[in-house]
Design a binder for this molecule. Sequence first.
Ligand SMILES: CC(C)(COP(=O)(O)OP(=O)(O)OC[C@H]1O[C@@H](n2cnc3c(N)ncnc32)[C@H](O)[C@@H]1OP(=O)(O)O)[C@@H](O)C(=O)NCCC(=O)NCCS
Length: 163
Amino acid sequence: MSGFQIRDAGPADTLALSEALVEAANWNSNRIEPRVNVLSHPVRSRYVAGWPRPGDGGLVAETPEGEVIGAAWYRLMSADRPGFGYVTAGVPELTLGVRPMWRARGVGRALLQGLLRKAAESGHARISLSVEHGNFAQRLYRSEGFTVLSSGETSDVMVRSLN
Ligand SMILES: CC(C)(COP(=O)(O)OP(=O)(O)OC[C@H]1O[C@@H](n2cnc3c(N)ncnc32)[C@H](O)[C@@H]1OP(=O)(O)O)[C@@H](O)C(=O)NCCC(=O)NCCS
């Protein structure tokens, strides 16, 4: 890891998480959704609304000058207000996004590995996510131990044991 550092995401990091959420929603440059649409989307908005709640955890990557370049976090969702990668109550759902200029420099993997450690230390037994077909991020997730739990028309739900 070089040129960036990783710290815990706190209550003041809603904006950092929102930016990363927009990056995650817009992974496909042929299909860009305006920021305002992503953040007001009925399901997507659940990934940041009311951050943080008990059971949530997150990390922010930033430059030595404190400029945010990416974030990864997990949230506990509920069956009546699930995320796209909802598995069951008590399994938090992960989101990951890195600013385009900073991609392919190890930031995403460092955030992911750090977040998996954090989730395990916090006592979570499993973690899940949703990834659309065609997103190379799926290879990153597989290489960090995630497996496909269910495959839909446009996306897969992946899970990883934290034991
Ligand atoms: C997915 C994402 C978080 C990865 O972050 P990153 O900082 O670029 O990733 P890293 O540099 O740590 O690279 C992780 C792996 O992905 C590979 N990778 C990076 N960029 C790639 C690209 N454009 N195409 C294919 N593979 C790529 C790397 O080779 C690396 O594997 P390696 O360690 O075996 O070399 C980032 O690209 C991103 O924000 N994408 C848009 C948002 C998104 O898709 N989020 C996930 C939604 S489920």
